[in-house]
Design a protein around this ligand. Structure first.
Ligand SMILES: Cc1ncc(COP(=O)(O)O)c(C=O)c1O
Length: 467
């Protein structure tokens, strides 16, 4: 269509039906969109404002205004006597490729949204916001609101045995932000590679690699990370000691001690992502309590409330505190004060702990029922869905006999919109087959039966029951 003139009736078709926003906005938005998505290409001449007005049966004034605005914005060039045409540079306004959505794959470790405590959270938002004053509305302390730091310190001391004062707490937007802040600070210090558990969380590994950190995997088994395989040159290690992701085991007590010895002059990053949720006893206390000078503690509300809230905390050792606060300030100048005020209120009123108690009950039952169903419906020789029997968190690792079984299971679950992760994706190199299933949302027994059939193939006699 380059260098052609578009007739008023063709322009009319291109613009589609009139909107309620007036002639000027209809013409402006429609032509701009057509230029952006390539329906009007560079060089195409537009009819004069007089011709458009006459052809469309509208006043000339708003047509001229729309064309002038499009010219000012760079979509059109207008020359005296030759009228307006699509600017050659306007093609660059067009995105290279239109993405349908920017949604990450669903994570199996997500809480059941049906259990979100809407009414108490809305109450907390209202009363928390009402406590904010004019000074809170500016760029505040990047560590976060004092009221929230106090509540978080109290919670961590009480429930996790952490050694922490409110001044040390830095409010962040989830463990994920904590990891990238730490990686940034460690790189600035020239601290060496960051060691991570292998198998471990692919999300943590990918976000560190995404910001250019050097990440090395450390073999991890049913006792947790293998301290003997921790490289000397690593400057820090990220561990999930209360509930290893994805194996679901706590770090062995002897390895806990040896890890802290290794950490002299280095840093242990304790990802305490789901530790509140233990179903068969008290949650294991944090490593940070044993060595607050070499462990940084990270946690969030993602598992107890909702990952979409993007609220968490970071408790650094004193020698890293100032650098991490500066990194947080550089990253985003602090977390939303309204969200922080609501969480302070939610913690202070005891609602958070009530929610934890409720979830322990509900998720504990759902987990036990899923384990029982998996045991019953899949042959016992192929896997044990709960080898350590440590009942905690939102996910369950289900080892499978081979890669084909993993692929079949993932395809089956994806078709039904059930979040699951392939176990092999948790390894640096070649990994064992299996799937990681969420326990938070109930999974119907018929679905577990169908999953078993899908995993083993329809004719395999190892499927012991299918309904
Ligand atoms: C092991 C582990 N660490 C960290 C995170 C991220 O947590 P947050 O939502 O607090 O950023 C997740 C999320 O599922 C996780 O599984």
């Amino acid at each position: 269509m380059a260098d052609a003139t578009i007739a008023p009736e063709d322009l009319r078709l291109l613009l589609g039906p009139r909107t309620r926003r007036g002639i000027r906005a209809w013409l402006h938005d429609g032509i701009a969109a057509a230029v952006r998505d390539g329906r009007l290409s560079a060089g195409v001449r537009l009819p004069s404002s007089r011709a458009v007005a006459a052809g469309f049966g509208v006043a000339r004034g708003p047509v001229s205004e729309a064309l002038e605005l499009l010219t000012a914005e760079g979509y059109l060039i207008t020359r005296e006597r030759s009228g307006s045409s699509v600017a050659p540079s306007a093609a660059s306004v067009r995105p290279a490729r239109r993405e349908a959505t920017v949604r990450p794959p669903p994570s199996p470790g997500t809480p059941d949204p049906a259990l979100f405590p809407w009414s108490s959270w809305l109450r907390a938002m209202r009363s928390g916001s009402a406590r904010l004053g004019p000074d809170d509305l500016g760029y505040g302390d990047p560590r976060g609101l004092p009221a929230l730091r106090e509540r978080v310190a109290e919670l961590l001391r009480l429930t996790r045995g952490a050694v922490v004062e409110p001044d040390q707490v830095v409010i962040i937007s989830g463990v994920a932000q904590g990891l990238t802040l730490l990686a940034t600070v460690l790189r600035a210090r020239g601290a060496g590679p960051i060691a991570v558990e292998d198998p471990g969380s692919p999300g943590a590994r990918d976000s560190l690699c995404g910001i250019g950190a050097t990440v090395v995997g450390v073999p991890t088994d049913e006792l947790g990370i293998d301290i003997d395989r921790l490289a000397d040159e690593a400057g820090a290690v990220i561990v999930t000691p209360a509930h290893q992701y994805p194996l679901g085991v706590p770090l062995d007590p002897d390895r806990r001690r040896r890890l802290l010895d290794w950490a002299a002059g280095r840093l242990v990053i304790e990802d305490d992502y789901d530790a509140d949720l233990r179903y068969d006893g008290r949650p294991i206390g944090v490593l940070q309590a044993m060595a607050p000078d070499r462990v940084v503690l990270l946690g969030s509300v993602s598992k107890v409330l909702a990952p979409g809230m993007r609220l968490g905390w970071l408790i650094p050792p004193p020698h890293l505190h100032a650098e991490l606060v500066a990194a947080k300030r550089n990253a985003d100048l602090g977390t939303s004060v309204f969200d922080q005020a609501a969480l302070a209120e939610f913690l202070g009123s005891g609602e958070y702990q009530r929610q934890v108690k409720r979830l322990r009950q509900v998720y504990g039952e759902r987990r036990a029922s899923l384990v029982a169903q998996l045991r019953e419906r899949l042959a016992p020789d192929s896997f044990d869905p709960d080898p350590g029997g440590y009942q905690a968190g939102l996910h369950l690792l289900v080892p499978l006999p081979d890669a084909t079984a993993e692929e079949r299971a993932l395809a089956f679950l994806a078709d039904r919109g059930i979040a699951a992760q392939g176990y092999r994706s948790c390894f640096f190199g070649t990994g064992d087959p299996g799937i990681i299933l969420g326990i938070a949302r109930p999974i119907a027994p018929t679905l577990v039966s169908a999953l078993a059939a899908a995993v083993h193939g329809p004719t395999n006699p190892r499927v012991v029951r299918t309904e």
